[in-house]
Design a protein around this ligand. Structure first.
Ligand code: ADP
Ligand code: MG
Length: 620
């Protein structure tokens, strides 16, 4: 077969071109990371070989020791990175080095902002990998053969990164992948072995396989520690060791806030190294984002814990490694789902993370505030997902409140300590935004009587509060629900009266309003909640709040019709006037009071235009 018959030219997928462009521009100042990416791919390839060889020893051929080898040729201006990992066949090459195979990468592209600094950081976190070679190279050649395939199946891929790549057969005796970068003008620093050595130490010291740098005589020197850091005794490891390993693991540009390193020995043995990051990865809220711990069995990488078996979803911000001595190497996802050892590792890991967060909250308020800003929203899923630990998670929550409007810094314990004599519940209000919550009429009576209310405005808050009926002995109570029972709160010398018995005129107004509103409301009554607003809506103790109803409806749920109570403020001038002036158009006023109350709850009107017309008629 002649060469030409097997040579094909393929266009890059449009997204690849977009990515290449972007990478070359936004990562130029940080271009040495290309080496980290190529080494990390080589290490992944070694892991995958080791894993597949569990089923089929033949794959090792006669070369079982994984390694990465780096060589420079100053004359040819090339830098070569080769591995003896799993390698690729022709289809693999087309899929992996011609398209953006990972749906994650596409989402990543969508999340770019155009702000270079921000985008560069995203790329860093994401580790987009192979294509970063084109930041420093004007020509890249990949020679590869998949383990187990015949030598004649070897493939060569070649591109200048401009728009297309060339593919041809290239027989290859040894399995694995060799990547030859022809360095672009001005990139001579990557021919300098001293420079290369320092880059490798900086980024890849804890890659678990040896990284060897070839010298002029054809010998090679191992540059990295090449050991599993998590197996080393704590006493031998410095902060810098832990941080360097974290960088390798996550590509995070910020140092982690905390790490937790444990070696457990006994009837079950494992090591775990868990990190609490300082900043949010961009895809924390994507269901498929695949953040999770890395599971190893006796130093062999098995899988990324994307199904959150080793730690629950609400702790998915934790990064790190679990390495078991006891699980079978061929452990599958199915086995993991129902393995008692895994249950125990999980319970212990949850405990360690919660312990660490509690300690950080107590000893280092600033770090905890950073943690909360980055991951508080995720932690709020805790009481829903993990009722057994709901009380501990509740202690870690931070809230905005009427007593501290600036930062979400109020704990439930702070609140309980500040409760008024006779106060029996922790009061809270949820809504669509903090601004809306802060100006809600439901807070009027609380402000007047100086009773603190927790303010919540994230979507997850509704679910959180629905699963948090009490903190210790103290029930939590939504202020727009049921009877507030504020009567007993306060000092003995200044008792505050219950809702005033409405005057006869107000009593009649209530009946007339009820007649006008029909089955839009379950009841109209005089309010003990309001000081400045004429009216508000209240739901029953065990009904969904209006904000929750809105969210459920937005999520496509069919809700049973629920009728709120309209409470009116007998002391408000509008109510006073309506009570005394029988000629006022009550059919208009009733609906207006009702609809403005719906709006203040963040609810939606079925016919906003009718609302505006009605208001304008009354203004006239
Ligand atoms: P990622 O490593 O995040 O998957 P990359 O762009 O770094 O993304 O690599 C894309 C894919 O190319 C890898 O998933 C892998 O399948 C393949 N690949 C890259 N380098 C190698 C290599 N040295 N050996 C085997 N496969 C590789
Ligand atoms: Mg990669």
């Amino acid at each position: 077969m002649s060469e030409t018959q097997t040579t094909e030219t393929h266009e890059f997928q449009a997204e690849v071109r977009q990515l290449l462009d972007l990478m070359i521009h936004s990562l130029y100042s940080n271009r040495e990371i290309f080496l980290r990416e190529l080494i990390s791919n080589a290490a992944d390839a070694a892991d995958r070989l080791r894993f597949e060889a569990l089923q089929d020893e033949q794959l090792f051929e006669d070369d079982p020791e994984p390694r990465v080898r780096i060589a420079v040729d100053a004359e040819a201006r090339t830098l070569t990175v080769s591995d003896n990992g799993i390698g690729m066949n022709r289809t693999d090459v087309i899929d992996n080095l011609g398209t953006i195979a990972h749906s994650g990468t596409r989402r990543f592209l969508d999340s770019l902002t155009g702000d270079e600094k921000h985008d560069a950081q995203l790329i860093g976190q994401f580790g987009v990998g192979f294509y970063s070679a084109f930041i420093v190279a004007d020509q890249v050649r990949v020679l590869t053969r998949r383990a187990g395939d015949a030598a004649s199946e070897g493939v060569q891929w070649e591109s200048d990164g401009k728009g297309a790549f060339r593919l041809e057969s290239s027989p290859r005796e040894s399995r694995g992948t060799t990547i030859v970068l022809h360095l672009a003008e001005g990139q001579d620093e990557f021919l300098d072995t001293t420079r290369l050595r320092s880059i490798i130490r900086r980024y890849s010291d804890h890659i678990a396989i040896p990284i060897q740098l070839e010298d002029d005589q054809g010998g090679a020197e191992t540059i990295n520690q090449a050991s599993a850091l998590w197996m080393r005794p704590k006493g031998e490891l410095s902060d810098e060791d832990y941080q360097a390993f974290y960088r390798q693991l996550t590509f995070d540009t910020e140092a982690p806030l905390r790490w937790i390193h444990n070696k457990v020995e006994g009837d079950q043995s494992y090591a775990s190294l868990l990190y609490i990051p300082a900043q949010r990865p961009f895809d924390l809220f994507e269901p498929e984002s695949g953040h999770g711990l890395r599971l190893y069995v006796r130093r062999v990488f098995i899988m990324e814990d994307k199904e959150h078996r080793l730690l629950p979803r609400y702790l998915r911000f934790v990064r790190g490694v679990v390495d078991s001595e006891d699980l079978p190497l061929n452990v599958s996802r199915e086995i993991l789902q129902q393995n008692r050892q895994v249950d125990r590792i999980r319970a212990a890991s949850v405990k360690r993370v919660l312990d660490t967060l509690e300690r950080m909250a107590a000893d280092d308020v600033d770090s905890y505030a950073r943690f909360w800003e980055a991951f508080g929203t995720v932690l709020k899923e805790g009481p829903v997902e993990d009722p057994a630990n709901a009380e501990r998670v509740a202690g870690l929550l931070r809230f905005h409140s009427t007593a501290d409007e600036n930062a979400p810094s109020v704990t439930l314990a702070d609140y309980v300590e500040r409760m008024k004599p006779g106060q029996k519940a922790i009061y809270y209000l949820t809504g669509e935004s903090l601004a809306a919550v802060r100006s809600s009429p439901h807070l009027e009576v609380f402000r007047k009587r100086d009773i603190e209310v927790l303010l919540l405005a994230e979507p997850v808050d509704e679910w959180l509060m629905a699963h948090l009926p009490a903190y210790g002995e103290t029930p939590l109570k939504a202020v727009p629900k049921g009877d507030l029972e504020l009567d007993e709160i306060g000092d003995d010398d200044s008792p505050t009266p219950a809702a005033p018995e409405p005057s006869e005129a107000v009593g009649q107004l209530i009946e007339r309003l009820q007649g006008q509103l029909g089955d839009r409301v379950s009841e109209v009554r005089a309010s003990a909640r309001l000081t400045d607003s004429p009216a508000c809506l209240v739901v029953g103790e065990h009904e969904f709040g209006i904000n929750m109803q809105r969210m459920l409806q937005a999520a496509g749920h069919d809700l049973p019709a629920q009728r709120p109570v309209l409470e009116i403020n007998p002391d408000h001038s509008i109510i006073e006037r309506l009570a005394s002036d029988e000629s006022a158009p009550l059919e208009e006023w009733a609906v207006l009071l009702f609809e403005q109350s719906v709006l203040m709850e963040g609810g939606r009107l079925e016919d906003p235009a009718a609302f505006v017309r009605r208001m304008n008629r009354l203004l006239n």
